[in-house]
Write a new protein. Structure first.
Length: 332
């Protein structure tokens, strides 16, 4: 009787365990029941398209890097130019200080001379006073400086060997100073005395003015070499024929050091007069200014004649065409 009860008790416990295990398996199957995958989002971009887009972004970054490197190089060149200019200004300051010291030493002598001049003026005769009263003052103020009323400027530069070997650095400083006089213009152009363009991409077109463009002009000029016949005729005539317009105020700056024998000064002046005709108001179509560099005056006398011819030509040309000729006393 005892053994039977024990057997029944064991049998019930075993069934309970079996039932619990089976139930647990059913619950696990319910939890891990597989379902059909659900699509959350479709990608419209194929792998090839993504690669193409990334390549385009890479090219854009490389292009921006190239531009930034070019601007950085321009900054370095501008810094170098400013350093050179500071050195020139310091030399000029030293010269002025030396002249000031000399003037102080001569102050007593100058005072005596001024006193004598005053006495001489007081003793003028009536006839001398009449002659002085009838003398006419200059009709223009060209000696006082170059007019800067133009909206467009063209540089015609002598690119001959004498200019490049002796006056090139001075010429760069003169162009920088000239550009500084014009804070902003509507257009710039640079050609040589043969009429060849420094920037072929702007052939026959105006270069838009901007600080970056100005730095690029100076930077390119440093190493610009092209053939020259040491005559400004071709460059000036090309500038007038190509760029003149009735609605534009244009100034042409001719920079050079000589005009070689063989060319006729009168023929050049007649050619320019015909092209740069007088308008209804009595003004020329464009202003023409000239800047002369005296490098060849340091050479043997046989080379100096061409410098005198250039000065004669430009003085007459600028006077006829509403401009000013400035002859520098040093090319260094």
């Amino acid at each position: 009787m005892r053994n039977r009860k024990e057997t029944d008790s064991f049998s019930v416990s075993f069934l309970d365990v079996a039932a619990c295990g089976f139930g647990a398996m059913i619950i696990l199957l319910m939890i891990t029941k597989s379902q059909t995958p659900i699509t959350i989002e479709f990608a419209d971009v194929t792998p090839e398209g993504a690669i193409t887009e990334l390549q385009q972004q890479l090219f854009a970054v490389r292009g921006e890097t190239t531009i930034l490197n070019r601007d950085l190089n321009a900054k370095h060149e501008q810094l170098s130019a400013l350093t050179d200019r500071i050195a020139r200004l310091r030399r000029d300051l030293s010269d002025v200080q030396g002249q000031f010291q000399s003037s102080r030493q001569l102050s007593d002598e100058t005072t005596d001379q001024i006193g004598k001049l005053s006495i001489a003026r007081q003793s003028l005769t009536d006839e001398m006073q009449r002659l002085l009263a009838n003398s006419a003052a200059p009709d223009n103020n060209a000696i006082g400086g170059i007019p800067v009323d133009s909206e467009y400027i063209i540089f015609v530069i002598d690119t001959s060997g004498s200019m490049y070997n002796y006056s090139w650095n001075k010429m760069l400083g003169v162009i920088e100073d000239t550009l500084n006089v014009y804070p902003e213009v509507k257009g710039i152009q640079v050609v040589n005395d043969m009429g060849d363009y420094m920037f072929n991409s702007f052939r026959g077109k105006w270069i838009p003015d901007s600080p970056v463009r100005r730095r690029q002009i100076i930077s390119t000029l440093r190493n610009w070499r092209t053939f020259s016949n040491s005559s400004p005729v071709e460059g000036v005539t090309n500038a007038i024929n190509t760029f003149y317009a009735t609605d534009k105020k244009i100034s042409v700056y001719v920079l050079g050091d000589d005009f070689q024998p063989g060319g006729s000064i009168q023929q050049v002046l007649r050619t320019i007069d015909r092209l740069n005709a007088v308008d209804a108001n009595g003004d020329r179509l464009v202003r023409i200014h000239g800047i002369g560099f005296p490098a060849l005056f340091d050479q043997p006398k046989r080379f100096q004649k061409s410098v005198i011819r250039f000065s004669t030509l430009m003085r007459e040309m600028t006077q006829r065409n509403g401009g000013t000729f400035v002859g520098l006393n040093s090319y260094r």
